[in-house]
Design a protein around this ligand. Sequence first.
Ligand code: ZN
Length: 250
Amino acid sequence: MVDILVIAAHPDDAEMSMGGSILLFKKKGFKVGVVDLTNGEPTPFGTVKKRLVERDRASKTLGIDERITLELPNRELQPSLEARRALAEVIRQLRPTILFGHGRLDAHPDHMAASQIIQAARFAAKLTKTDMKGKPHYPSKLYYHQANHLRVVIKPAFVLDVSPFFEKKLKACACYRSQFHTKDRQAWLKKRLTEMAAYNGSLIGCSYGEAFYCDETVGLSDISGLAEFSAGGSGKQRMADIEAWQREGR
Ligand SMILES: [Zn+2]
């Protein structure tokens, strides 16, 4: 059983798109699971065995409670009934309240297929009168993470401040050495993740952020999260600046 389930096409998508948020959820006491729909292989410098070892290291770094890697076909992922059923059974087993998955807009065919599979499996997981394993379950929210191969800026529904967790996120992503096997590739990864997180952070006035999208409206039961940030910088930081200027007589 988990509170939050992150679903991704390949091992490393979850870490790169929302590793900082996973660390934040864990700090807040939530149980977090990750499902990789495929084992991500073949790739030019990877093997199934290597990729699974890397996955386990990254999971340990982020403190993930449950990690399941399904055996759906990498590079040829399809929104098939078999894929829908396999993921729906995992949802019925782990019973998360919130799902995070791929959005529709992407350049990677596996990610686009994953998006369809995730939406269909969320629906199918609640069905009765079925021979699927587990009891019916419906995750109340589905958000999309930013594992995206399309160079596009989508206005996020919300951004999470992951500044305190960003260095650890980079460590988790660096576990996938088979995907970033040279110093140049590792430097590229760090630069890319840092630029993305800095841009997302700039939208809410923090150092590093992770962006999320959704079709449904985000609901809040209180405004503490809204009150924490204000345009142009976090409210607390802006007030500290103003108080310092006043002390200096400006
Ligand atoms: Zn991927």
